[in-house]
Write a new protein. Structure first.
Length: 290
């Protein structure tokens, strides 16, 4: 590399982070290092090692970085720029048309994984309704390999991403189904140990705060009717049909929705309704027993 046509990597990182910060991007230094890593084919740790060693960025790599930074400044999701999203031990392909999996959903998924591991069944059945990228279903399938997992998705835009991730990760115990969560998998009625969903739960009149969400996540994955709970009402009734007695339902939701969800579940006859907080101590999931 010609030193005359290379820039100090730390300077590039700092300038990139400053531009992202000015645009209101959360964690601008993290995103700057991840974008640089994407261009260089390095992990964030690899970028940080280069920074410590006084690394430089070639003119060609700087030219490749610039349009990515410009798009991030416009608040296009980082995951759309890199094409990848981490989720627990997985790395998923994501892009326009599919909901980008969130860190808080990793904790919600743990509730389903714990329930699967606790069952005495040799091959417990787990169903992810509204699978999106496939994050939840693939985590269950890879972390509980003796379980049999079904992923259900009905968005024509999201389903190719689900298919891609299922094919790339290759969990032999997972089956992907294109179907409506309200009616899918009738052959499994009364057989499932766990049903989990991260449904659309934003009330129709509310605008999510982050531009990355309200400008780029698919509306069908965000909005759940006037109070945000239309799909939860469907989930409650469908999961009652899918689960066997003692089976567990796990629903992700907003922090303000615990009480109305508990009312819906209680009215439908669920037992042991419980709420679970995320790492920020906000209610993030509700579980119930068939």
């Amino acid at each position: 590399m010609s030193q005359a046509r290379a820039r100090d990597l730390r300077q590039v990182r700092d300038e990139t982070a400053a531009r992202l910060a000015a645009a209101g991007v959360p964690d601008p230094e993290v995103d700057a290092e991840l974008l640089i890593g994407h261009v260089l084919g390095l992990s964030r740790g690899g970028v940080q090692a280069r920074l410590v060693m006084g690394g430089r960025l070639s003119d060609a790599d700087a030219a490749a970085l610039e349009p990515l930074v410009a798009r991030r400044v416009r608040r296009e999701p980082l995951q759309h720029l890199t094409g990848r999203a981490p989720f627990r031990s997985l790395e998923l392909a994501v892009g326009p048309g599919v909901f980008v999996p969130r860190p808080e959903t990793e904790q919600v998924t743990q509730l389903a994984i714990d329930a699967l591991r606790a069952t005495a069944e040799p091959e417990p059945i787990a169903i992810d309704l509204g699978s999106g990228s496939g994050a939840i279903a693939l985590a269950m399938a890879t972390e509980v390999p003796h379980a049999r997992v079904w992923a259900v998705e009905n968005s024509p835009e999201a389903f190719p991403w689900t298919r891609r991730n299922v094919d790339e990760i290759g969990a032999p115990n997972l089956e992907l189904v294109f179907g409506d969560l309200a009616t899918a998998l009738p052959e499994l009625d009364g057989r499932a140990a766990v049903v989990i969903s991260n449904p659309p739960y934003v009330p129709a009149a509310e605008l999510p705060r982050d531009p990355e969400v309200h400008l780029h996540d698919p509306e069908v994955a965000l909005y759940g009717g006037p109070d945000g709970l239309d799909v939860v009402r469907v989930l409650s009734k469908r999961a009652l049909e899918l689960l066997h007695p003692g089976g567990v339902l796990v629903i992700e939701h907003a922090e303000t929705q615990s009480a109305p969800i508990a009312e819906i579940l209680a009215a439908d006859g669920w037992r042991a309704v419980a709420h679970h907080r995320d790492l920020t101590l906000r209610d993030r999931a509700t579980t119930a027993v068939r």
